[in-house]
Structure formats: structure tokens, C-alpha cells
Write a protein that binds this ligand. Structure first.
Ligand SMILES: [Zn+2]
Length: 473
């Protein structure tokens, strides 16, 4: 059952027209419905459309470019996902592009399959003696996930940075990029060298500073979803939980699975917390099991989101969190539920008197509270990550508030940043979402994948260095 989805760019002269399309048509606008300016002065929105949806939208916009029909051969898993196990169960270890010198092999080969991701973590453990751990919650299909750190110490208070990837199954390359970055840092530390991502170089002192922040990495949050997506090329987003599957349907049915990144305990009950207009919009979340943004039966109903949160509890001094997604080309900072404001501390996500009022951007009814200092910090960090990613010589990235492409409910970055406000004994965690890659391109070709490894390597490095400069809590 091959995918017949069209990867398209929808064009209009104003962002308003495209925003209107998003509001009335519950289609698949990729990881977030992100509207970007074009060089011709118009605006573009990427989407994945069925042929029928394409015909519906054709008269409603000024132009639709079809970037791809179905999945082109050079983006299919058979061309881009490895078979077998290059790390031989952990006997060999991964190393990224940043630690390679001129004259060394610069080809990473294909992207890792699910089993290779496990072997890669084992390989890092064997080579560098780092502390790795299993996550406590088994997925619907019985997978046990593994996380790792950049140090031998098992004292959780030494770790202040936290990275996750492989949440949305189709966002290929995220786990590889994270693992290769960790592999680069540990290699450079062991061999006393620096790192180089494209035109961007980092000294050995910078490597040591980044590692001094103590990193926890959890590269494959959604193993069941990724396994399915790599097998089918169906642009699968959710996990594979069958609890709400429509009876009598097959393995391909969209009622299978929950969107992990709408399942966190942050304004999860969107029909209560958001205004009715926002609650009906695509992008926020959905209570329809067949939606690709189905938020589950309850907050934290899913093993995958509970695993991500477990790490935040287990490592109580975490201060910086980055959730790695594609494909928008942006770094998002807090908040994601509405515009920010720093004047009215009581106008916040915990206030029940403000239910049914959240989510509409640009209005005066509700904006989410963030202290002036925190508002400054999150912007500085996002801009620095973006500058790092753009400086390698590939493409340009932009920093944006998470809500700027539409409000979200139950997302990981907001959950991370909300914890200290709900429970004052918890550490403050600044939560960010990285959206690497070109708009709408979930399945990179191998050259695109390799460029993403370089772009994100510099982005991860800047994130760690910026955190170490600002403070690790
Ligand atoms: Zn995503």
C-alpha cells in the first residue's frame, strides 16, 4: 500500500489567506503549519495532501506547487534506511562528521534502522564508558527504549542538558543526528581535538565546555512508530497504540496510534482550556483517533511521553531541554499555547478562571505569562542555535515563538517549561523544539540527510555552549 500523498507548497499573497485554509481544512500541514515568506513576496505553507484534498484546495489559493507525488525513489526507505547492523551489536561505535579530518571518509551511509540505533548507544557505552539506562515504560508493541549520558558518573544531579528525538516517526534522521553529535563530542574529548561542522569550527576547549554541561540523550522516543514508518514509507507520525483502532480495520488504518507530542500534561484537555475556535483547529490537538494529531485517552496515557517525562524526574537538575523534530527549518521557544506577556502573572495556564479563553493569537483576551528575564533568555538561546545552524554554510534557519505557527496543546516543550510553575520543588527547565530540514521534507535524500547532520551538529553545539554560559542550574 504505497503512499499516494502529494507533498505540496500552497501559495497566497497574504499569510491570512493561508491561516484561513489551516483553520477550516483539517489536513496534514507537516510537523507544524508553518507559513514562510517567499523570495517573490508571497507566502508558502507546506502540506501533505491526498489527491482529493489537493483538488479541494486548488481553487482556494493562488498556486500549488507539487514538490513530490508519493515518495520519490531516492527518498524511499529502500534507498535511505540501512539493513543489518553496522555497529555489530555495540562492538563498533558511531562517530559523526564534526570529528572527521580532511582526507577521512565523509560518507555516513544510510540512516540507522531501529536496531542499529540501539547498537549505536551500546557502542558509545563500550568505547567511552558512559552511563546508559533503560526507560521504565514499555511501548504498546513491547519495545524497551534506551537513553544515555556523556559521562561515566551515575549521579543524576551532574546532568543539565536533555535531548530527545524520534518522536514523530516520519521525521527521519533525528535520532542519527543526535547520536552522531554525542559520538563527535566524546571522540573529540578522548582524542583532544575540536569539531568542525561545515564552515563552523569549535576548539577542544569548546568541546570540554559543552560536555561540562552534562548531557542526557534519548534518541528514539517512538520505536514502534519508526519501525512501522521505515517498513511502509507511509509518512507515519504517531505511535502504534491500537487501543482506539476502529474495529475491523487493518494495520494501515489511521485510527491506530497517538500523537506523542500532544499527550503531555500541559493544557492537555484542549476543549476545556482553549477557546472553541482554537479547539476546532488543526495543529492544536485532536480527540478523533483517526487524526494524525490524536492526543490519546488521557494526559500521559502513552508509554513514550511518560518515558520522556521520567527522565526529567530522574535528572532533577535538568535546566535545558531540546526536542528534535522536522521539517520546518525553525527553532521554537516558549510558549506554545498563546502569545507571551510579562505583565500579568495571574494570566497563566494554571488559572481555571481563564479556561475557554486561550489560544487565539493577537487578541487581548489571553496571553501566557513568562517573566521578563525568562522571555529574554529563551529568545537569546533560540537565536544563537539558529545562528550556529545557519553559519555552517547550508541553509538559513529562523527562531520563532512556538505559538507563532498556531497554538498547541500537550506538547513536550511547554510541559518541560511548565513543571516548575506547577510544583515549586522542581527545577526550572527551558524547553525548545528544533525543526530541522526543508519545509515538508520528512524523508531526506542521503545528501540532504548528511547536510542535516552538519546543520544540527552546529545547532546542538551552540545549544550546549549557550546553556553553559547562561547557567546550568
Ligand atoms: Zn514533529
Amino acid at each position: 500500500m504505497p503512499s499516494d500523498l502529494l507533498t505540496v507548497g500552497l501559495y497566497a499573497s497574504t499569510t491570512r489567506e493561508l491561516r484561513h485554509i489551516v483553520n477550516i481544512h483539517n489536513y496534514d500541514y507537516c510537523c507544524r503549519p508553518s507559513i514562510v515568506p517567499t523570495s517573490e513576496g508571497t507566502h508558502m505553507l507546506a502540506a501533505l495532501l491526498t489527491p482529493a484534498q489537493y483538488r479541494t484546495l486548488l481553487p482556494k489559493v493562488s498556486k500549488i506547487d507539487i514538490f513530490a507525488k508519493g515518495i520519490p525513489d531516492d527518498r524511499k526507505s529502500v534507498a535511505t534506511i540501512a539493513k543489518g547492523d553496522r555497529f555489530k551489536g555495540g562492538q563498533l561505535f558511531p562517530r559523526g562528521l564534526g570529528s572527521r579530518k580532511e582526507g577521512e571518509q565523509f560518507d555516513l551511509g544510510k540512516m540507522m534502522n531501529v536496531d542499529e540505533i540501539g547498537s549505536a548507544i551500546k557502542g558509545l557505552q563500550k568505547e567511552y564508558g558512559i552511563w546508559t539506562f533503560d526507560l521504565p515504560n514499555k511501548t504498546a508493541e513491547g519495545s524497551v527504549s534506551t537513553g544515555g549520558t556523556t559521562n561515566a558518573s551515575t549521579d543524576p544531579r551532574l546532568y543539565h542538558m536533555y535531548f530527545t528525538s524520534g518522536v514523530h516517526a516520519r521525521e527521519r534522521g533525528g535520532p542519527d543526528q543526535l547520536i552522531y553529535f554525542i559520538g563527535d563530542l566524546l571522540w573529540a574529548q578522548k582524542h583532544g581535538t575540536g569539531l568542525k561542522y561545515g564552515k563552523r569550527s569549535y576548539s577542544n576547549a569548546a568541546v570540554r565546555l559543552a560536555l561540562s554541561a552534562g548531557i542526557v540523550f534519548f534518541p528514539l522516543v517512538n520505536p514502534d512508530g519508526v519501525r512501522w514508518d521505515q517498513k511502509t514509507d507511509l509518512l507515519w507520525r504517531k505511535n502504534r497504540n491500537r487501543k482506539n483502532q476502529t474495529p475491523g480495520t487493518d494495520d494501515y488504518h489511521p485510527s491506530i496510534g497517538v500523537d506523542i507530542n500532544r499527550n503531555y500534561d500541559f493544557l492537555w484537555n484542549f476543549r476545556l482550556h482553549f477557546d472553541a475556535a482554537t479547539a476546532s483547529k488543526d495543529g492544536l490537538a485532536s480527540d478523533n483517533p483517526s487524526s494524525f494529531q490524536f492526543h490519546g485517552d488521557d494526559r500521559f496515557s502513552e508509554a513514550e511521553s511518560r518515558n520522556v517525562a521520567w527522565v526529567l524526574d530522574k535528572f532533577p537538575r535538568t535546566r535545558w531541554y531540546l526536542d528534535i523534530h522536522s521539517a520546518v527549518g525553525k527553532i521554537y521557544y516558549s510558549w506554545g499555547d498563546d502569545d507571551n506577556q510579562s505583565e500579568k502573572p495571574n494570566q497563566n495556564f494554571r488559572n481555571p478562571f481563564l479556561d475557554h479563553k486561550r489560544g487565539t493569537l493577537g487578541d487581548k483576551v489571553y496571553k501566557e505569562w513568562i517573566s521578563k528575564d525568562d522571555a529574554k533568555v529563551v529568545k537569546i538561546v533560540a537565536k544563537r542555535v539558529v545562528a550556529g545552524m545557519s553559519s555552517v554554510g547550508g541553509r538559513t534557519y529562523t527562531a520563532a515563538q512556538a505559538s507563532s505557527d498556531g497554538a498547541t496543546s500537550g506538547a513536550s516543550d511547554d510541559y518541560a517549561f511548565s513543571r516548575f510553575q506547577v510544583d515549586r520543588t522542581k527545577n526550572k527547565v527551558y524547553g525548545f523544539t528544533m525543526e530541522f530540514g526543508r519545509e515538508g521534507v520528512f524523508y531526506p535524500t542521503l545528501p540532504e540527510f548528511q547536510q542535516n547532520v552538519i546543520d544540527t551538529g552546529a545547532g546542538f553545539m551552540e545549544f550546549c555552549l549557550c546553556a553553559a554560559n547562561i547557567g546550568l542550574g
